[in-house]
Design a protein around this ligand. Structure first.
Ligand code: AMP
Length: 308
């Protein structure tokens, strides 16, 4: 397995593979890998075959974190991640630095701290050699986008960059981040990226909690309380199954909010019912409606979603 941190080297490798007719499968991650990530690696391998190449990127992308979010304390363990990737048969791990991804006079810091998050005038924006971003204008507005206004701009920009660096034929994303995967599919269609997007199922712990690097933050009783996201999804499923007619979304939202906030340290950020492909909110919930929710468990914000 090769570990590459230079963009030029990664692009050169990808071009060599392309010329040799090898298909490239790509799994972008922020590291601190778990079985959910590794299931995406498996899917990528399936798609490109033994003769193909699988690339995993490990990069905690600063531009998708809000100014008050957990960028600096986001869990990192590159040594462990590399071991897991090697065991999973990954060909290349791409781990660029911030300076490599967002070059600027301050080595990425300015761009992240001021440029990307700046709502102010031109005078307030420090000079930087990085000034282009990719913005999806419709699907990014609701749910995660409403709660985290600069998040998807950071995501689409970094994923577009990674696609141009890794040159994948196939990229695998997790259903865990349903809105993100839907936005990436739209970006790829709108901007004609020659890459096939695969969305692989969410892997869960035995009690239903969706695997996430952020689960590391859940200490003591918070880990138990975190199962409330999955239990809320199950509750919505049961309600839809039992009801003879569509259920008003507003009614079910209120019901779930009460259910979730019965735990001592939980607070619902949002719960939304929508069409799975278009993310359009629905006013009546039926079988086939998609549900997504974000819940603070202590200080940790967790998300989950499912088909009903
Ligand atoms: P992250 O490292 O959290 O940015 O996630 C990298 C990729 O792994 C994204 O496409 C996520 O949707 C996916 N992912 C995260 N958690 C899971 C999970 N529990 N099951 C499947 N895929 C996941």
């Amino acid at each position: 397995m090769r570990i590459v941190s230079s963009i030029a080297t990664m692009q050169r490798l990808a071009r060599q593979w392309q010329r040799a007719g090898k298909h490239i499968g790509f799994v972008p991650t922020m590291g601190y890998l778990h079985a959910g990530h590794l299931s995406l690696v498996c899917e990528a391998r399936k798609r490109v075959g033994r003769a193909g190449k699988v690339v995993v990127s490990i990069y905690v992308n600063p531009t998708q974190f809000g100014p008050k979010e957990d960028f600096s304390k986001y869990p990192r363990d590159l040594k462990r991640d590399l071991k897991l990737c090697r065991a999973a048969g990954v060909d290349v791990v791409f781990t660029p630095s911030n300076k490599e991804m967002y070059p600027s006079e301050s080595g990425g810091k300015h761009f992240v701290a001021s440029h990307f998050h700046s709502q102010g005038t031109d005078e307030e924006v420090p000079s930087t050699s990085y000034s282009t971003c990719v913005v999806e204008e419709q699907l990014s507005r609701m749910m995660e986008g409403a709660s985290r206004p600069t998040h998807f701009r950071g995501v689409t920009t970094v994923v577009a960059k990674l696609f141009n660096i890794v040159l994948p034929d196939v990229a695998v994303f997790g259903a865990k981040d349903w809105q993100q995967a839907t936005i990436i599919k739209r970006m790829v269609a709108d901007l004609n990226f020659p890459v096939k997007i695969i969305v692989a199922p969410t892997l869960r712990e035995a009690d239903g909690l969706a695997m996430s690097s952020r689960n590391k933050y859940l200490e003591g009783d918070l880990r138990r309380q975190a199962v409330v996201l999955w239990n809320a999804i199950q509750k919505a499923r049961a309600a839809v199954k039992k009801s003879l007619k569509p259920i008003p979304a507003a009614q079910l939202k209120l019901h779930l909010k009460r259910f979730i906030e019965r735990e001592p340290d939980t607070r619902l950020d949002y719960v939304e019912f929508f069409e799975p492909d278009t993310l359009s909110p629905v006013s009546k919930v039926t079988r086939g409606t998609h549900v997504a929710l974000a819940v603070f468990v202590g200080k940790t914000r967790l998300i989950d979603n499912a088909h009903l």
